[in-house]
Ligand binder design. Structure first.
Ligand SMILES: Nc1ncnc2c1ncn2[C@@H]1O[C@H](COP(=O)(O)OP(=O)(O)OP(=O)(O)O)[C@@H](O)[C@H]1O
Ligand SMILES: [Mg+2]
Length: 400
């Protein structure tokens, strides 16, 4: 399996050879860190996608790997070779950057053939290869055009053909499909996956499109403020986010601030429940219970649990509220429930008779199973004050 090895030096012991290793890399602009101590390592053939808000350091990281920007700290090795002092065109890396322009005075096919000719391939042979690459991106019929005669999306596809034509072992792509419409975008996603798989290339890919990231990647690195908050498979990030930011950023989530009661239970405004096995709190015992809308169930308010809850004896794993909206989306119903503290919870229920009977204004209990939840440390203010005095501790499930 392809795996991230965020800790350095692992390959020194294990003898593994990473296709790309980024080790403690930082880049400062003035006193501001654009990239702050980023580390990851990729086995050959891994498809890594960087996701994160605008300005979080994705392009800067890519640019340091490509050699367009020099890092201030850390090292970058490609297939075991430290490339810090190797100029960009000698790194053997295929690059598609959003602003990485085509040569305006060359035709489309000459643009694509260019890296091959740089490597010493004869022009005729290079042009044959270039044509093949252009066919792949559906631009075989534009080979003799000038770049300025093409649309933005077509130019992007030429840049893609030029990046893959010399079959680089490492491909860097910064929002390569940004200018394409939905149909072409989906088609090119599949094409990029196919090309990189056929070439066995290791890919570092940047996108703003979460769905695109989930579809294409072996690994996703979630960037925030110049650092990687978490790196893992789509499933890891969705099911076991490690920070509130990741829980919020990946997929839809319901976040309930909570307090560690120190006896295997936790609770927040108007609820108490069993702490999930994956629970990490701040040193003050503050956390956020992370739930996904499809893991929540709606039960009538007067269910037996209500009485137990009122008595405070039971760990109800549920919260009371009022349905404010029911949205029919075909395969499912999305109910929005306002909890007593004013918080809005999104509940996604598969289409069924019971689900269809839910009405706006219904008083309901939103319940969950602790095994579908995780608790991440809450670094925000709002959970303060819930539950009074707290034990200082951190619970981590075995193997985490
Ligand atoms: N040449 C530069 N000079 C000064 N600051 C820069 C420079 N390049 C990038 N930055 C800053 O570094 C930070 C990271 O920028 P970067 O382009 O890596 O973000 P990004 O994650 O690619 O964002 P986006 O999703 O908008 O493309 C930003 O705050 C940006 O303003
Ligand atoms: Mg960028």
């Amino acid at each position: 399996m392809n795996q991230a090895q965020p800790t350095a030096h692992r390959d020194d012991q294990g003898g593994e050879q990473f296709a790309l290793r980024v080790d403690g890399v930082s880049k400062y602009y003035g006193s501001q860190a654009a990239v702050d101590d980023v580390s990851f390592a990729l086995e050959p053939g891994t498809f890594l996608t960087m996701l994160g808000p605008s300005g979080s350091g994705k392009t800067t990281t890519l640019s340091m790997i490509a050699g367009f920007t020099a890092q201030d700290r850390g090292s970058i090795t490609v297939a075991g070779r430290d490339i810090s002092s190797v100029p960009p065109h000698k790194r053997g890396i295929g690059v598609v950057f959003q602003n990485y322009a085509l040569f305006p005075h060359l035709t489309v096919e000459q643009n694509v053939a260019f890296p091959l000719e740089m490597e010493g391939m004869r022009r005729r042979e290079a042009l044959v290869k270039a044509r093949e690459a252009l066919e792949m991106v559906e631009l075989g019929n534009r080979a003799k055009h000038q770049p300025k005669q093409l649309s933005g999306g077509q130019q992007q596809r030429v840049a893609l053909a030029r990046a893959v034509v010399f079959e680089p072992p490492l491909l860097l792509m910064d929002e390569p499909l940004g200018a394409l419409d939905k149909r072409l975008r989906t088609q090119m996603q599949i094409e990029i996956m196919r090309i990189s798989r056929n070439l066995g290339s290791t890919v570092v890919y940047v996108t703003h499109d979460q769905e695109e990231a989930l579809v294409m990647s072996d690994l996703i690195a979630v960037y925030n403020n110049g650092s990687i908050e978490q790196i893992g498979s789509s499933r890891d990030l969705y099911e076991t986010p490690r920070t509130r930011f990741v829980a919020d950023f990946i997929g839809e989530s319901v976040l309930l601030p909570c307090t560690d009661f120190g006896d295997g239970t936790c609770g927040g405004a108007g609820w108490r429940g069993d702490a999930p096995s994956r629970a990490a709190y701040t040193p003050e015992g503050r956390g956020v219970l992370v739930l996904r809308p499809e893991d929540l169930a709606l039960v009538p308010e007067d269910d037996g649990a209500a009485a137990a809850d009122a008595a405070g004896a039971e760990r109800a794993n549920s919260i009371l509220g009022v349905v404010t909206d029911v949205i029919y989306v075909g395969s499912a119903l999305i109910s929005l429930v306002e909890a007593r503290d004013g918080r809005e919870l999104e509940v996604r229920t598969p289409r069924s008779e019971a689900a269809l009977a839910v009405r706006r204004g219904d008083r309901v209990r939103v319940s969950w199973r602790p095994e579908n939840a995780v608790i991440v440390p809450d670094d925000m203010e709002e959970a303060r004050g819930v539950g009074g005095e707290l034990a200082t501790r951190q619970i981590l499930a075995p193997g985490r």
